[in-house]
Design a protein around this ligand. Structure first.
Ligand code: UGB
Length: 606
């Protein structure tokens, strides 16, 4: 009360309610009015901001935290009463005839979709100081993740004949917002219209020091509350409060597609998933991959409650095993006769139906059920190793959906075709590699793009490449050394484009070959043989046809970095290599016209 004059009525009320719910320690170091008032004002302003950005205010946050911390201490099973089953879904063979048909149908749906990239996470786990969307997806073309995603959306917009620019929303956080904005403006939005992209920023939440949910003061600054990210689940509340979701519905869009910051393969799977959503009228469709039992990847499960209700939801792998043991299988999480877990592995790329999404947002405000994951000092579970906070995940959206909602999955049977995120530091990735697990590293993220392009070209066009693909080690991680093929979204947003633009059996690649095709109207008639590096780029309106062409040059080398190589950039260090471009055959068509490339000379017809 002594500080009442320093506070507005709202601030005074908030501080009073904080003291009433056991947070008096936040102010116990305050000296008499007049001493350190500036710091006190700073602390109050932060508390007001935390209060304003959490649904129900900061006191609701504290009471939610108390309950979840109590449940965690008691080891309460969040799936008590539920029996897991395999949910409804489709399992697709990448590049099969059925898959190509689905892509065709999915393209129509893509033209009625909004796209949401969750990019609030900083690359701490990756050991990268920049924003992850600015990282090159691969170093052959140097295209960064954000540009790659934008190129895909723009290509889908054109190809689907969409009646309006397809909106892209990017969720940022204080850690990523300014740098994401800068990346976009510096690069003229990578070709999108400025109004086509919206940034929504998530706020952090207060940290908690103990089971009584005392808020944590920063040890370096007692007038600052420690904060941490609340998780990607915030995206739903932000799409509600910004009015974006309902605006999309009003403009006639049908779907919202969510994706993560560093999976370059996402659009190879998303289009087919959109068709599956439309076919089954799914309210929510999760893209998935085949999962080995006990693999550290969430499992999409249909949970049947003993009261008769059901819920289709991602169950984290550490929760799935005990749940299975307690219900249908004493062995827990085991493979079935196919050698795989019957439960699909969640890769957190989601397609939501806008109709039910908007209804759901207006019912719940987009609030997603939270969890807490404190790291305890010992088994008494009374002291934390470090402060914790409440979190929420976007894939928990179905928890609040009404009974009868349609929630399913789309598994792409070939993991190499749909999922290779860049998440782990070289050291963590090496440990995963040694355990025989996917490394999800910057190294594998790049190499898997080349692998996917090579295998796709082989399957759709009969491309010839070395029978045996050797392996190579970067940062101690062994990867298959496929020829470095990049097919830009401008060239082939769909598999059908690859099939139509590249003649059967027209390409033969020698080991170590590099091929970059980047332009909306390039076709290969062949025979095209590459023993070295070939780059073909063209602008819109330039029709390029590659006929008989033999490319033989010194090519490019993905050279492993030396131990402690001083001149390596951070981007190179996390991959473990540097690309040396020794010699390149390069064709760049900057003007509209019709051009034919063939050995030994280039014919330019107009
Ligand atoms: N992200 C945000 O935008 N805000 C946040 O507060 C946090 C993250 P991570 P995570 O694919 O293997 C997810 O950290 O959360 C963005 C699924 O939950 O890379 O550990 C961030 O920028 C998990 O079920 O992953 O795990 C990034 O784009 C599993 O599917 C995205 O959210 C796992 O991904 C994911 O953040 C996986």
């Amino acid at each position: 009360d002594a500080h009442k004059a320093l506070l507005t009525t709202k601030e005074y009320e908030l501080l009073k309610s904080l003291v009433a719910c056991g947070q008096g320690h936040l102010f116990s170091h305050w000296q008499a009015p007049g001493i350190g008032d500036g710091d006190k004002r700073r602390q109050v302003a932060q508390l007001m901001a935390l209060h304003g950005s959490y649904h129900g205010g900061i006191t609701a946050y504290i009471s939610n935290a108390k309950k979840l911390l109590q449940d965690s201490k008691e080891g309460k099973n969040p799936f008590e009463g539920y029996t897991p089953k395999v949910p409804h879904g489709e399992r697709l063979d990448f590049a099969s005839a059925e898959y190509l048909q689905l892509e065709e149908a999915g393209l129509r749906e893509a033209g009625r979709s909004a796209f949401v990239l969750v990019a609030g996470g900083l690359g701490e786990r990756l050991g990268y100081s920049g924003i992850k969307v600015a990282l090159p997806a691969e170093n052959a073309s140097g295209t960064c993740f954000l540009e790659l995603y934008i190129q895909y959306i723009l290509a889908l917009q054109v190809r689907s004949g969409a009646s309006q620019p397809l909106p892209l929303t990017i969720m940022t956080s204080d850690d990523t917002h300014a740098r994401t904005e800068e990346l976009l403006t510096k690069n003229s939005y990578f070709g999108m219209k400025a109004g086509q992209i919206t940034l929504i920023k998530q706020e952090k939440v207060a940290c908690l020091t103990d089971n009584e949910a005392h808020l944590a003061l920063d040890p370096q600054d007692p007038f600052l509350i420690q904060t941490k990210p609340h998780g990607h689940g915030d995206v739903h509340a932000l799409l509600h409060s910004s009015g974006l979701a309902s605006k999309w519905k009003e403009t006639g869009l049908k779907w919202v597609c969510f994706f993560q910051d560093t999976n370059a393969l996402v659009f190879r799977a998303l289009i087919a998933a959109l068709a599956v959503s439309a076919k089954h009228d799914y309210d929510m469709n999760s893209l998935a991959v085949p999962r080995k039992a006990k693999e550290a990847i969430g499992a999409i499960s249909l949970l049947e409650h003993r009261d008769g209700s059901t819920l289709t939801i991602n169950v984290e792998y550490n929760q799935l095993d005990p749940l299975l043991r307690a219900t249908i299988n004493k062995e827990g999480d085991v493979n079935d006769t196919t050698g795989w877990s019957p439960f699909p592995g969640n890769i957190n790329q989601l397609v939501l139906k806008l109709d039910s999404y908007v209804q759901q947002l207006s019912r719940t405000g987009g609030v997603i059920s939270e969890f807490v994951n404190p790291k305890y000092k010992d088994s008494t579970k009374t002291v934390f190793k470090s402060s914790t906070r409440l979190e929420c995940m976007m894939q928990d959206y179905p928890k609040a959906l009404p009974q009868g909602s349609k929630v399913g999955f789309t598994t792409i049977n070939q993991v190499w075709a749909s999922y290779s995120p860049v998440k782990n530091s070289p050291a963590d990735a090496l440990a995963k590699f040694k355990e025989g697990n996917p490394t999800h590293s910057a190294t594998s993220g790049e190499m898997d793009i080349y692998r996917c392009n090579c295998l796709t070209l082989k399957s759709l066009t009969g491309m010839e490449m070395p029978e045996v693909i050797g392996s190579v080690a970067y940062n101690g991680i062994e990867v298959e050394d496929y020829p470095k093929v990049v097919l830009s979204p401008r060239f082939a947003p769909l598999l059908k484009d690859i099939q139509e633009k590249i003649a059967l059996g027209s390409i033969r690649l020698a080991p170590g070959a590099v091929l970059i095709l980047d332009g909306p109207d390039i076709s290969v008639k062949g025979p095209l043989t590459i023993d070295g590096a070939l780059v073909v780029r063209s602008v819109l309106g330039s029709k390029v046809s590659i006929g008989r062409l033999d490319v033989k040059n010194a090519g490019w080398e993905w050279r492993a970095l030396e131990e402690g190589q001083a001149d390596a950039t951070e981007e190179e260090r996390i991959r473990g290599f540097r690309v040396i471009q020794k010699e390149t055959k390069e064709y760049e068509f900057k003007q509209p016209g019709v051009c034919a490339i063939a050995s030994p000379m280039l014919y330019k017809q107009s």
